[in-house]
Design a protein around this ligand. Structure first.
Ligand SMILES: Nc1ncnc2c1ncn2[C@@H]1O[C@H](COP(=O)(O)OP(=O)(O)OP(=O)(O)O)[C@@H](O)[C@H]1O
Ligand SMILES: [Mg+2]
Length: 269
């Protein structure tokens, strides 16, 4: 990919701490319009926390979050709803409402924003269900669907307000490779057909390399590497190569070996 379009969203020198735990320590990333940016990094490095800042489910300890010309982190509560409408969020934990039908789940954002009276019958609901290939499930309950189908329903719900940006938190985790690929294809399709700007958090590398225009790797609260997939494939940075090969780092291995070598304490017997 040559020059990237201007960023639709960006975080600037983002810091986030929870008590004494410093999760993000100065992260600056731009998310270019119409492109898919994959954010990677070890478990617990702050990927979900980063995404939550983009819809202000978290607020920075320091730094800025921008959507176009609007500073989201500083926005008054009453102006937040119109900005949030422009961003779809596929949560890590799927999070469908078990007591609602598929149709009512997908219609939920329309109802929440006062855009429809009869959500499940709103044509927009059937349209997005068609996009994810599950129109015929509209009257079923989430419990009667497979994990992959539930993800697709959650994705339909995330796009029902026709957002400009969709945030995906681990969209393929826990799915088999074929089902994962259905989700990957959907991410690509939404980007291509609707021009959606996507931010995909994942440690599924197959998925990452399939959908990414750009990649960002977080490590110890900072951006370790950012660039196209080729930049990542050719990186010589040991932190990056170990991550891509799925190898534990030497300190982690030493910790396990120390624990193994230590004699069991009497209290643990
Ligand atoms: N609301 C919170 N209060 C306190 N600590 C939190 C909160 N949210 C996240 N954390 C901590 O921040 C760190 C980063 O969490 P986050 O969920 O962003 O990790 P992640 O990179 O998404 O990991 P994973 O790949 O396992 O999903 C973790 O140590 C987590 O325990
Ligand atoms: Mg996470």
């Amino acid at each position: 990919m040559s020059t990237d379009p201007e960023p639709v969203m960006r975080v600037q020198d983002l810091h986030k701490s929870f008590g004494t735990l410093k999760v993000l320590r100065g992260v600056t990333i731009g998310f270019p319009r119409g492109r898919t940016t994959v954010v990677m990094g070890p478990s617990g490095c702050g990927k979900s926390v980063l995404l939550k800042h983009l819809v202000r489910l978290e607020r920075p300890t320091r730094g800025e979050v921008w959507f176009g010309g609007t500073r989201i982190d500083a926005l008054p509560e009453r102006e937040l709803s119109s900005t949030r409408r422009r961003i779809g969020f596929l949560f890590q934990q799927g999070a469908l409402f078990d007591s609602l039908t598929v149709g009512d789940n997908v219609a939920f954002p329309l109802v929440e924003h006062g855009l429809t009276r009869d959500g499940a019958r709103d044509p927009r609901v059937l349209q997005v269900l068609r996009m994810v290939g599950l129109e015929e499930k509209v009257r079923q309950m989430p419990a009667d669907l497979s994990g992959g189908q539930r993800k697709r329903i959650a994705l339909a719900r995330a796009i029902v307000l026709q957002p400009e940006v969709v945030l995906y938190d681990e969209p393929t985790t826990g799915l088999d490779p074929i089902t994962s690929d259905v989700i990957n294809e959907l991410i690509l399709k939404l980007a291509d057909e609707l021009g959606i700007t996507s931010v995909v958090v994942t440690h599924d590398l197959t998925s990452a390399f399939k959908v990414a225009d750009r990649m960002v790797m977080l490590h110890e609260g900072r951006v370790r590497l950012e660039g196209g997939p080729e930049t990542f494939r050719h990186s010589q940075d040991p932190v990056v190569t170990r991550f891509l090969r799925g190898e534990a780092n030497p300190e982690e291995l030493a910790e396990i070996q120390r624990a193994h070598a230590a004699p069991p304490s009497p209290s643990s017997a």
